[in-house]
Design a protein around this ligand. Structure first.
Ligand code: HEM
Length: 155
């Protein structure tokens, strides 16, 4: 396996840095899951946001200064990560007109929230000057996207 190989032969690059950092002393499983989240979650997502945005601009979406405003509505509109990982209910309670029982698995549909007409005026329209724009395309709470600043910068 590549991880075993890099353990024996340190080299430049993120994987080798993670493997050989004495502060963390990560197991192979931890390295593998970190590599997955950093390379796949950090790459595919931004790739889709950029390609969707380029497509929208090529179809005539206005892209004026400040471009950061437009990027937020591309994020909201396309929501390249459609939903969260599974979440588990900690305490039984009523929400959304139903009872959520302790231990139930819940997946939040981020794209649905980002197209909620109660929250966003003309929610089904792409508005590159939309302000305010409190979308949750990068998730929310303690597991909000670690790479959101990098993703915005790259886009
Ligand atoms: C447009 C690009 C991106 C989008 C739309 C996006 C979206 C998300 C979303 C929705 C979550 C939360 C998922 C959940 O609650 O289950 C998340 C988590 C995460 N993202 Fe991103 N992401 C993007 C780019 C990146 C980049 C560039 C990196 C790293 C280089 C990254 C690293 C992570 C990590 C490590 C988590 C897990 C955080 C945790 O569980 O504590 N993401 N991302």
């Amino acid at each position: 396996m590549e991880i075993t190989h890099i353990r024996d032969t340190p080299r430049d690059g993120l994987l080798s840095t993670l493997i050989h950092d004495p502060t963390y002393d990560l197991t192979d499983d931890e390295i593998l899951s970190l590599a997955f989240i950093l390379f796949i979650a950090g790459h595919e997502t931004t790739l889709h946001l950029i390609s969707d945005s380029v497509f929208a601009i090529s179809e005539g979406a206005p892209f004026n200064e400040p471009t950061s405003l437009a990027i937020e509505d591309f994020m909201r509109f396309f929501s390249s990560v459609l939903m969260t990982k599974p979440l588990f209910v900690r305490e039984t309670h009523d929400r959304f007109r139903q009872t959520l029982k302790q231990g139930d698995k819940v997946i939040a549909q981020l794209i649905a929230a980002n197209h909620d007409p109660v929250r966003f005026e003309n929610a089904t329209d792409l508005q590159t000057d939309r302000r305010p724009n409190a979308h949750i395309g990068f998730g929310f709470g303690p597991h909000v996207c670690l790479g959101m600043r990098l993703a915005r910068l790259e886009t």
